[in-house]
Ligand binder design. Structure first.
Ligand code: DGJ
Length: 744
């Protein structure tokens, strides 16, 4: 029984073998955060963890108290978890403990993505009900503890049981107060083509954090934060992280107060939100997952990878190996004919590709970015036999066929805009901000979602389509809905997000066999909310392998490898003009869902042979790459390294990427992680990287290969010898892929 309530101390203890989370009902009926982290005995209570009693506050004594879902205006001067405006204009409520219930498993959240259980023994849920008697505002705090993970999923439900309207001015998903501030905070920030840059800095007094106001979660910051103790490394020490399952405007922030207590909060961005609760109405916040680890940042990533891969990704594709695809974007952009596509597809079959994806440019009069979004009918000049005819021919070659769509958008030059100019987001009388020559449809309106469901369904059902890439290429400006009354315009952004989720959930239910990949100008909506619908996402438009290593590494802190679309493109790279060897590009893309984004008819024979070899290798090990246990390894400033190993620790692949050739460097060791120290492993080099490799003696013998103990690999590691003569002739950008198999 992982949730206990002690009636005397009024403490709730949520626990499993790896984790404890303790909260209490304080004397005044508010809910306090007492502890979370390494498991504590469930057979004790922990009164000493509660703060000083609440009688007779000095001006800021409440700031020494630690709360679970703090409110505004009652002496806690830190930023609250929610705020309201009551009918009389007051913003003050006193939510007090009313009741609680514990139930096995976990419920879904209406209209929103959430983690789920498949058996009631996988998790237990605690719901604590608070009531503000005067207004009738009920707040239901929901906590699910999963039996197998050091993780809690939280969300909050508001119900107006009073007679008067209540306006929610902020309604966050999670707020938690820590007893100290000796933590480093990691954020994942960037922009288009440089998503998921990791910044890691000690917490300081005051407010700090990230947010989005784009209408999507955005590439400027991911809705996730990690906190590590200063001494915590990738492999050792305490860390926790929170990740919001939401694809709209968010905040994720920390506030260190005058008592050195740290309040961490995440949820819908209050700056762009308000919601009216009429009498009898309710509102559900998105879910936030809080994970904890004492095994460093890799340990924390494993908690989130396992949770998201098996309890958030859903549908038939959750456990299936993801196909190797060829996407036409960088290989053809808008410039293609059926003939050209068929030639590309023929070559793709030869290479071993499994799915051919036609990207932007197939519909309306689309020859560039300026027209036709919304007109989801094939461009007959380019495709005389339509999508159905093209798909027929491509599937006859033995490939699957996939298609790009951007349902949330409309071009000014389109039949859809002519017919429904009022469907595009904008404020009447004001000019719309220009972005990529397209407008956003008001996804908060049910009739627009209905229309899109029909339009996209007819494209999908009219042809042999196995995969959909759902793109979203502009942010939302002039937020305003013609369908909402003036006092509900604050609901615009959240309603937009709910509309997107509704379309996703209808399409994925109607076409359960289709693999959906999310995209928003690369990774601008690469978040755990969309992951609940689309089991993989296009991480970045930056296909330069050197930068991909950074971007994929950043994403790996929370997101499992099987949700990361990773494509090999041509050189000079289209984003950086950098030249990298094909093998290096492929070795970076192996750690994700491998794809290609180039014109295969332009490959030299040697390149085609290398790609074939890479695809054969990837297919052989793809379950390991996509579903294995991933670890970031320590290397040098000029080298990157990571690995995947099987859950049973019997096999692993280690990749060491040499980035920047320097002569006469000292050798170094890459120590492996997540291994069985007692096992003996047979170590070999993947043949193509052997040919290009670095760690040989004069007789071309791989120094690391042979039988090696798990203890030795973990404590001493693989030797990467940059001193070898080979370095001077190899130059920059070489990978070495080591294969490890446990000896019987
Ligand atoms: C942005 C995406 O990230 C690209 O992969 C491509 O699909 C283009 N949009 C097409 O317009």
């Amino acid at each position: 029984m992982p949730i206990k309530f002690d009636k005397n101390t009024r403490q709730f203890h949520l626990y499993n073998d790896d984790f404890s989370y303790i909260i209490a009902v304080y004397d005044n009926g508010s809910i306090g955060q007492l502890y979370f982290g390494e498991p504590l005995s469930p057979n004790k209570d922990y009164p000493f963890l509660a703060p000083i009693p609440f009688a007779g506050f000095s001006n800021n004594i409440r700031s020494a108290a630690r709360f679970e879902y703090p409110c505004y205006g009652r002496g806690d001067f830190r930023l609250p978890a929610f705020s309201v405006r009551l009918a009389d204009g007051a913003g003050v409520v006193e939510p007090r403990f009313e009741d609680y219930r514990v139930y096995p498993g976990k419920n879904t959240i209406p209209g929103l993505p959430s983690t789920y259980t498949e058996g009631t023994d996988e998790a237990e849920t605690l719901e604590i009900t608070l009531l503000d008697k005067l207004s009738g505002l009920k707040i239901i705090l929901s906590y699910t503890i999963f039996s197998a993970y050091a993780c809690i999923a939280r969300h909050t439900r508001f119900e107006n049981t009073g007679k008067e309207r209540i306006i929610l001015e902020s309604a966050l998903s999670l707020s938690i107060d820590l007893p100290d501030s000796a933590w480093n905070m990691l954020t994942f920030t960037g922009s288009w083509a440089r998503e998921f840059a990791v910044s890691d800095a000690p917490l300081r007094a005051g407010f700090q954090g990230v947010h989005s106001a784009f209408g999507v979660s955005g590439s400027i910051a991911n809705p996730s934060l990690i906190f590590r103790r200063p001494e915590t490394t990738e492999h050792r020490g305490e860390a926790f992280g929170l990740c919001l399952l939401y694809s709209g405007n968010f905040i994720a922030c920390a506030e260190v107060d005058c008592w050195d207590i740290t309040r961490i909060r995440t949820g819908i961005n209050p700056e762009t939100f308000s919601w009216i609760l009429e009498s009898g109405g309710s509102f559900d916040t998105p879910e936030a997952a809080l994970g904890w680890s004492k095994s460093g940042l890799n340990g924390l990533s494993r908690v989130f990878h396992r949770l998201f891969r098996t309890h958030l990704e859903s549908g038939v594709w959750r456990d299936r190996e993801r196909p190797v695809l060829l996407n036409t974007w960088e290989g053809a952009y808008f410039n293609f004919t059926e003939e050209k596509l068929l030639a590309m597809a023929r070559k793709a079959v030869d290479l071993g590709v499994e799915i051919f994806v036609l990207d932007d440019g197939w519909f309306g009069k689309r020859e560039d970015e300026t027209t036709s979004l919304g007109d989801w009918v094939p461009n007959r000049d380019k495709l005389p036999h339509g999508i159905a005819g093209l798909a027929e021919k491509i599937t006859a070659m033995g490939l699957k066929f996939g298609l790009w769509i951007e349902p949330e958008m409309v071009s000014e030059k389109s039949h859809l805009f002519e017919a429904h100019p009022d469907w595009a987001v904008g404020v009447p009388g004001r000019t719309r901000t220009e972005m990529r020559r397209q407008f956003v449809l008001d996804m908060g309106r049910a009739e627009i979602v209905d229309y899109l469901f029909e339009a996209i369904s007819s494209v999908i059902s009219g042809a042999k389509i196995s995969y959909i890439k759902w793109d979203m290429n502009r942010f939302i400006t002039e937020p305003f809905s013609l369908a909402l009354p003036p006092d509900r315009q604050g609901e615009f952004f959240h309603r937009y997000c709910l509309g997107v989720y509704s379309l996703y959930s209808r399409l994925t239910a109607a076409f359960p066999e289709i693999l959906f990949e999310s995209c928003a100008s690369g990774g601008a909506r690469f978040d755990a909310g969309i992951l609940g619908f689309a089991p993989q996402g296009w991480l970045s438009d930056n296909t330069d392998a050197v930068q991909r290593l950074e971007i994929q590494r950043g994403a790996s802190y929370f997101y499992p490898l099987n949700c990361i679309g990773a494509h090999v493109s041509t050189v000079p790279n289209h984003q950086t003009r950098r030249l990298t060897p094909l093998l290096f590009r492929a070795a970076a893309s192996f750690f994700g869902d491998l794809g290609f984004e180039l014109d295969p008819t332009k490959l030299s024979e040697e390149e085609a042979e290398t790609i074939k070899e890479c695809i054969v290798f990837y297919k052989k090990y793809r379950r390991l790459f996509q579903q294995g246990v991933f670890s970031r390894l320590d290397a040098t400033a000029d080298t990157a390294a990571w690995m995947v190993s099987s859950e049973d620790k019997k096999s692993a692949i280690v990749a060491v990427y040499k980035l920047n050739a320097k002569p006469n460097q000292k050798p170094f060791r890459v120590r492996l992680a997540g291994f069985d120290r007692a096992k003996v492993y047979h170590v070999s080099l993947w043949e193509p990287t052997h040919r290009a490799g670095l760690t040989f003696d004069e007789t071309d013998k791989c120094l690391n290969c042979g039988l090696r103990g798990g203890d030795e690999l973990t404590s001493c590691g693989l030797l990467i010898d940059n001193t070898s003569f080979a370095v001077s002739i190899i130059g920059d950008f070489y990978p070495e892929l080591f294969l490890l198999e446990a000896a019987e």
